[in-house]
Design a binder for this molecule. Structure first.
Ligand code: SAM
Length: 308
């Protein structure tokens, strides 16, 4: 199917190696899966998958995660999948929990959690201890979180249905908060080619209003000294740096941007200016991921610390 790439022209000046970027969008996305280390070791998983006729190669940057070499048979149809020995998740979607670094026995909030991929990743990183509050405002999508939690055997996840923009402070404060906001999803076009047809500046600007309210509430319920990861799967600066810039203006004394480093993973710095807007200079420490850099989807992450 033809991709509606005209909309992406507005990013020509900021995306490095433009032709390689456009070319990468023509290829389907590799499947990635990660080991449920509550049940099995990565080595044991590789052996089981091999017996099922599935060859995998390790991701260079994320321990226990693998790229699938061929789609037949599909990993999601194997007994090992239904037994909860692994989870299938887009490679770039692994980034926010990896950067958030949840620790055992902490209290973590996943403010926009459905269908629960990152919730599950966080819960396993916490070794099934502490509490992950998985919140989403969409009652129908919350069932998917429950299914993932049950299949992987997670006992440290509490599911909540509420509007994250007014998430109640009565739920207490959190050591770390993930804000994986609803976005225009431009970066998912390798998986869903039709997505670009719905994108426009107007759409991004409308989403940005809700994204700012979600990030603002995340800051409010994070404990002093805690960490907040803000993420989208889109390229639009209006939904990325410009949202983070606004929250930095709202909490100038309380927030700092943490620099991001990931060995063996290529990415670009966040923008500090866009279409006449001068943005916080520290936004260069946030991360932009383009599909041709690591053969993935597109993504954005900002890591923030709330000062003591
Ligand atoms: C990008 S998806 C989250 C994906 C999820 N973190 C994962 O990794 O599986 C964004 C989610 O935000 C939810 N959402 C949108 N507006 C919300 C709001 N005001 N409060 C809470 N959740 C909201 C949507 O229902 C959707 O499930």
């Amino acid at each position: 199917m033809e991709l509606a790439t005209e909309h992406l022209e507005r990013y020509r000046a900021i995306i490095p190696e433009w032709e390689a970027f456009l070319e990468s969008l023509q290829h389907p996305l590799p499947t990635v899966l990660w080991t449920n280390t509550l049940r099995i070791t990565p080595e044991e998983l590789v052996a089981i998958l091999r017996e099922e006729g599935i060859a995998v190669t390790p991701l260079s940057w994320y321990p226990g995660a693998f790229r699938v070499q061929s789609e037949h048979p599909s990993p999601g149809t194997t007994w090992a999948y239904f037994a909860g020995l692994f989870h299938i998740q887009e490679e770039v979607s692994l980034l926010p929990p990896y950067l958030l670094q949840p620790k055992p026995n902490e209290r973590i909030l996943d403010l926009c959690a459905a269908p629960g991929n990152k919730t599950a990743q966080i819960a396993v990183m916490m070794e099934n201890t502490g509490t992950v509050v998985a919140n989403d405002h969409n009652r129908h999508r919350v069932g998917a979180i429950r299914a993932v939690v049950d299949r992987l055997g997670l006992i440290n996840v509490s599911i909540l249905v509420s509007d994250g923009t007014s998430f109640s402070p009565r739920n207490g404060t959190f050591d770390r908060v993930l804000v994986d906001v609803p976005c225009s999803c431009e970066g998912t076009s390798r998986k869903t080619p039709t997505v670009l047809a719905q994108c426009s500046l107007h759409f991004s600007e409308r989403l940005a209003k809700r994204q700012l309210l979600l990030l603002k509430r995340a800051v409010e319920v994070c404990r002093p000294g805690g960490i907040i990861a803000y993420s989208t799967c889109t390229y639009a600066p209006e939904e990325n740096e410009m949202v983070v810039d606004q929250v930095l203006r709202l909490f100038p004394e309380q927030l700092e941007i943490l620099p991001i480093t990931i060995p063996n993973f290529t990415f670009s710095p966040g923008l500090t200016a866009w279409q006449g807007h001068e943005l916080n200079r520290n936004l260069r420490h946030t991360m932009r991921v383009y599909p041709h850099q690591n053969d993935t989807g597109g993504f954005y992450v900002a890591l923030l610390r709330k000062r003591q």
